[in-house]
Design a protein around this ligand. Structure first.
Ligand SMILES: [Zn+2]
Length: 122
């Protein structure tokens, strides 16, 4: 691995602050769940119902994104602890500094990420 200790602690700080932000987002998504239940009791018209299910879908997508990002960050923090950080989990090459800088939770190099996405997105 080519990262220096100060670089790694920079990334660690970024990951931790990103994690805090995501936790807050997760909480706000949770609170809007409660609003949704309140709204249902009002027996809205069909057109309102349609609008609402679109909003619910967006929330579910956001929730999914938040949970996935949190999992990626936890994994990255665990890899910092075990000295595996910055190495692609699939092909074991060093992930370029620029890529980690843009996305500190990256667990794969760009090539492997593209392959992984092709396999996992229908
Ligand atoms: Zn790779």
């Amino acid at each position: 691995m080519t990262l220096t200790d100060p670089q790694i602690s920079d990334f660690k700080e970024k990951l931790i602050s990103e994690r805090e932000q995501l936790s807050r987002t997760k909480e706000s998504v949770f609170h809007s769940d409660i609003d949704r239940i309140d709204l249902r009791v009002e027996r809205p018209s069909n057109s309102d119902e349609n609008k609402r299910s679109g909003a619910v879908e967006k929330e579910i997508a956001l929730e999914h994104h938040v949970l996935e990002s949190l999992a990626a960050i936890d994994l990255a923090l665990a890899r910092i602890k075990s000295d595996d950080y910055g190495v692609c989990v699939d092909c074991s090459v060093d992930i370029p500094y620029q890529r980690l800088y843009a996305f500190p939770a990256a667990a794969r190099c760009v090539d492997c990420k593209l392959k992984y996405e092709k396999l996992n997105i229908p």
